[in-house]
Design a protein around this ligand. Structure first.
Ligand SMILES: Cc1cc2nc3c(=O)[nH]c(=O)nc-3n(C[C@H](O)[C@H](O)[C@H](O)COP(=O)(O)O)c2cc1C
Length: 296
């Protein structure tokens, strides 16, 4: 495929710097024939848990505007998914036919659920994914709903347990709290994490037209400067860490900012809803950036 770009995480090689972010590109298979997956480095699936989940009742999505300009998207999907059994038997074999890297996004309600999900896939799948991404922005139901990704002990336990059940790369995904990320990256690295996705959506609330407050995760352009700061500070503290940049990337220019800030790969999220082909278009435009970089 392309010879202008190469990035590696663990034993997997990416042929393009652009990955489609979890929850914004379905399972990838819905986009077959629309997205040129040969130009995409990888797809991260929607989050998968042990049991199926119906998700939250509507409203689930609301745009956030200032002076008529949309600057973010608030989502409250509630991690709807069909559960790991259905996913492994019916969906994963189809995704694995796509000509790109497949990263399964995993979450749990308890610390041990993350490893249970991965163990199930490793034991039961004839077509396992290339890597796993741990969504640590989830509430720990055993600890009063505190997010796993803000607590050293939880991060240590989740990464340690998942590391034991797979040899494939483990990518840890954090919420956009720079100080917390800096404090917890070492724990994740020590327990065997191979890379980090920085960042997930930021907890937020907007008031709808009927006056009701709507809580969810805020993504899109408003997240970009916050994500950039998280990446810059993570790289200052851990220069060797492999970081996948994510948050408000809508253009080649945005992508270049994340790469110059120290990310080795980037994920496109909310922008996929505006244009599902935006990922492969940005990838095409990044060719010149990498060619020039290799000549510097
Ligand atoms: C509708 C929607 C669903 C999402 N679902 C997940 C998910 O299941 N797991 C996860 O780790 N992140 C999920 N995310 C977060 C995105 O993967 C991404 O980290 C975030 O939206 C920031 O990137 P963006 O500004 O480019 O969208 C979701 C985002 C949106 C908008």
């Amino acid at each position: 495929m392309q010879n202008w770009f190469k990035a590696e995480i663990g034993n997997i090689k990416f042929e393009s710097p652009v990955i489609l972010a979890s929850g914004t590109a379905g399972y990838g298979i819905e986009l077959e024939g629309i997205v040129d997956f040969t130009k995409i480095g990888g797809i991260v699936t929607k989050g998968i848990s042990m049991r199926d989940r119906q998700g939250n009742p509507p409203p689930r999505i609301s745009e956030f505007s200032i002076n008529g300009t949309t600057i973010g998207l608030l989502n409250s999907i509630g991690l709807q998914n069909p559960g790991v059994k259905h996913f492994t038997e019916k969906i994963l074999p189809q995704i694995m036919r796509l000509p790109t890297m497949v990263i399964v996004n995993v979450f749990g309600e308890t610390e041990k659920e993350y490893a249970e999900v991965i163990k199930f896939i490793e034991n039961e799948s004839d077509t396992p994914p290339h890597a796993y991404e741990l969504n640590l922005s989830c509430p720990n139901t055993e600890k009063g709903g505190i997010e796993f990704g803000v607590n050293t002990k939880s991060v240590a336990k989740i990464v340690r347990k998942t590391r034991k059940v797979t040899k494939r790369p483990i990518i840890v995904k954090f919420s956009p709290f720079s100080e917390i990320i800096k404090n917890l990256m070492k724990t994740a690295i020590d327990e065997g994490a191979d890379a980090f996705t920085l960042v997930n959506s930021i907890p937020a609330a907007v008031r709808d037209q009927k006056g009701f407050f709507f809580k969810g995760g805020l993504s899109g352009p408003v997240l970009k400067p916050i994500a950039l700061r998280c990446i810059i500070e993570a790289k200052e503290k851990f220069p060797d860490a492999k970081i996948i940049g994510c948050g408000g990337i809508y253009s080649e220019k945005d992508a270049v900012e994340f790469l110059d800030a120290g990310a080795i790969l980037i994920q496109i999220g909310t922008a996929n809803f505006l244009d599902p082909q935006i990922g492969h278009r940005i990838a095409e435009k990044l060719i010149n950036y990498f060619k020039e970089k290799s000549q510097r």
